[in-house]
Design a binder for this molecule. Structure first.
Ligand code: SAH
Length: 450
């Protein structure tokens, strides 16, 4: 390892920047974040650089660089487009033992700027000795994506509990073990949500193994795994038990942590489906056994997802939980089918309604759904399609209103069938449309026909 990463405390310390143009500006902005006291030396100092360094504590020196600027500086950055100056800065700094960075010239540097993931106070730096900056950025993005934003809250929490932890667990080994157990416990999530006092129970409990686990109610989106949220992915890596149902696509399940236990709790033809009370009980039991349980639900958990019932059971039993929204089928299918759900001229509102039929009839406030220039999205509506079309027309919606049926939306098997309130039932029957299907009724379906 030729380059040793060290995290440099620059608060109030003197740093020299040679150069006053655009390249210098970027470095100056970074240095300012660390609280450094900056001296800029350059015959030309650009407006933006002068503007960001307006405060008195910084020095702007409109002169050419000379070695006399170096003594007393703890770091020097050369950011000029003049190679001779850059080389002189590098040589002088090395001579005086001042760490030096020359932008884009690794050979002239004794220190390089890494790519930074900033979750203050947690800072992660990634470097490739200046050899592969694009790769470095790629790795940085990879880490950015998997690291929750709120990890900084967790880092601050742990910092604030350090002294107490030392008092309660006097030897370093037991302290380390407890902090590791805490990181895997619901306490870590509680601390990230700003619930420090509740997190303390996990950090300081006499016997951590008797504490309950937690439940993550997560929306998995309509099918395409690329539509998972970052939060969903993070929790999919964290959970050790996963309960999922029919709407969760196999490609989404592929993203779950490899060693997690997967349990199917949906309906499958030929099998008795797990009823909602059983799922609620299972969630509670698994959490009480100390598991981190991921309840993966298609789309969004709070849109026709019975998420409300599941959290009621968890609240009753005081199980910690969190709900992560997902892209609901209406948003996903509409986007992938190229249908805007609202449109300045064609639709001023959109409603999500359940089209699930009871005894062959769909019972809804039809009058309200039958105005022109409104979009109505029916979930679970295929079985009641004939009744839906008939009722809308009977309550005043034009029989020529366009309708789209989207089958297996956002997946590679997505199919879109279009017709009108008059024709779509026949079209669907002839095409033997596969579920799950979403029905969109409204002028927006044909928005680009005019
Ligand atoms: N919570 C889910 C909806 C559950 S209700 C969400 O927010 O999307 C189940 C209904 O959702 C299905 O009957 C169908 O109407 C719709 N649906 C879910 N995924 C779908 C998909 N990939 N394509 C079409 N419709 C889908």
């Amino acid at each position: 390892m030729r380059y040793l990463p060290l995290h440099f405390d620059l608060q109030g310390r003197d740093v020299l920047v040679v150069g006053g143009g655009e390249i210098a500006r970027r470095k100056i902005e970074l240095l300012l974040r660390s609280g450094a006291h900056i001296t800029v030396v350059s015959p030309d100092i650009s407006g933006p650089v002068a503007a960001i360094l307006q405060e008195k504590i910084h020095v702007l020196n409109r002169q050419v660089y000379a070695p006399g600027f170096l003594p007393g500086k703890c770091l020097v950055v050369a950011a000029t487009d003049d190679e001779t100056v850059n080389e002189a800065v590098s040589r002088d700094a090395k001579h005086l033992g001042v760490p030096v960075n020359v932008v884009d010239s690794p050979a002239l540097c004794t220190v390089t700027f890494p790519a930074i993931i900033d979750r203050e106070p947690l800072i992660i730096s990634v470097g490739s000795a200046g050899l592969a900056p694009v790769l470095t950025r790629f790795v940085r993005e990879l880490i950015e994506r998997t690291l929750p934003e709120r990890i900084s809250v967790l880092a601050k929490y742990l910092g604030s509990r350090r002294e107490k932890l030392k008092k309660v667990f006097t030897d370093i080994e037991s302290r380390r073990r407890r902090t590791e157990a805490f990181m895997a416990s619901p306490g870590a999530e509680l601390a990230m949500s700003g619930e420090g006092e509740k997190a303390d129970i996990h950090l300081f409990a006499d016997d951590i193994s008797t504490l309950a686990g937690e439940v993550y109610l997560v929306g998995a989106g309509p099918g395409d795994p690329d539509l998972l949220t970052l939060r969903a992915l993070q929790l999919m890596q964290k959970a050790n038990v996963v309960l999922y149902d029919n709407l969760v696509s196999p490609r989404v399940l592929d993203r779950v942590r490899r060693d997690a236990t997967l349990e199917f709790v949906g309906k499958r033809s030929g099998y008795k489906s797990t009823n909602q009370e059983d799922i609620n009980e299972l969630l509670v039991r698994l959490a009480q056994e100390g598991n981190r349980v991921l309840r993966l639900k298609g789309g969004d958990p709070f849109i026709f997802g019975r998420g409300g019932e599941e959290i009621t059971a968890l609240i009753e039993k005081k199980i910690p939980f969190q709900v992560v929204p997902g892209i609901t089928a209406a948003a996903g299918c509409a986007a992938y089918a190229g249908i805007p759900l609202t449109h300045r001229e064609l639709s001023q509102s959109v409603r999500f309604v359940t089209g699930h039929p009871k005894n062959g009839q769909v019972d809804l406030a039809w009058k309200e759904l039958s105005h022109a220039n409104e979009t109505v999205v029916f979930y679970m509506g295929l079985g009641g399609l004939a009744s839906i079309c008939q009722q809308l027309v009977a309550h005043g919606r034009d029989a020529g209103t366009p309708v789209a049926i989207i089958s297996k939306g956002t997946t590679p098997e997505q199919q879109v069938f279009k017709g009108t309130l008059e024709t779509i039932t026949g079209i669907a029957a002839r095409a033997q449309v596969q579920s799950p299907t979403l029905i969109i009724v409204g002028e927006v379906v044909d928005f680009n026909r005019s």
